[in-house]
Design a protein around this ligand. Sequence first.
Ligand SMILES: C[S@@+](CC[C@H](N)C(=O)[O-])C[C@H]1O[C@@H](n2cnc3c(N)ncnc32)[C@H](O)[C@@H]1O
Length: 270
Amino acid sequence: MPGETGPAEGPRTIDTSVAHSARVHDYWLGGKDNFAADRAAGDAVMEAYPGIVMSVRANRAFLARAVRFLAAEAGIRQFLDIGTGIPAANNTHEVAQSVAPGCRVVYVDYDPVVLTYAHALLTGATPGTIDYIDADLRDPQTVLQHAARTLDLKKPVAVMLIAVMHLIVDEDDPYGIVGRLMDAVPPGSYLALSQVASDIQAEQMAEGAKRYNRLARETQRHRNRAEVARFFDGLELAEPGLVPVQQWRPASELEATARSAMWGGVARKP
Ligand SMILES: C[S@@+](CC[C@H](N)C(=O)[O-])C[C@H]1O[C@@H](n2cnc3c(N)ncnc32)[C@H](O)[C@@H]1O
């Protein structure tokens, strides 16, 4: 696969017997890359929290607005998008390169189905500007080492952790991971992060997590606003700060009136 790099561990099989976050997310977004186990987990969460579909769509719109802000207003030309997901509308490189065609984007995910779609993310882009790394966020050193083939880590980078940190449990040191990523990029870099909330629609979300964790491969760890704010320690949050994703610079009345159970923010490394 052109442009794809990653740890040489050989092909992994796709386990369709248990739900995976990338495929459940794809199901909620109306995609076709999901199996019965993913749909069962997706439906179980939907029964507990019927707003989940609107929430993941609001998060996806946040992703696009954050990338547009970073490219158009903050002047960022390099993006490290970790926890990419199965391609959907407005992928990071499409939004960034619509603002500035020379933007470089490195995608990272550990899901074998996302890997099979890496070519779709890479096709049609200016050669050499996009890469896909098949790697685990919990190993930031490997992520950074491979990202350095495409990104100049001496120049500002937007580290994007969109709807992925809820899949990093406390035992895996989520704050240490984000800290190591941000330590590796220079001042003027940005962190764009959204995370599933434990303190918005709290009861429904807790029940949703309980059901999801029974059926899925990864364990979800929802976080409250203070816990999410900690990811931005030492960084300068851009206006309007850390807010429910639909409130982050909505581009239309429709976007602004969506509902989500996700916190999101974009911050600059001073
Ligand atoms: C909920 S989806 C979010 C996709 C996309 N960022 C979005 O917001 O639309 C989470 C993605 O993170 C990936 N992921 C979860 N844990 C990961 C890890 N430890 N390393 C790399 N990717 C991970 C999953 O495979 C999945 O594709």
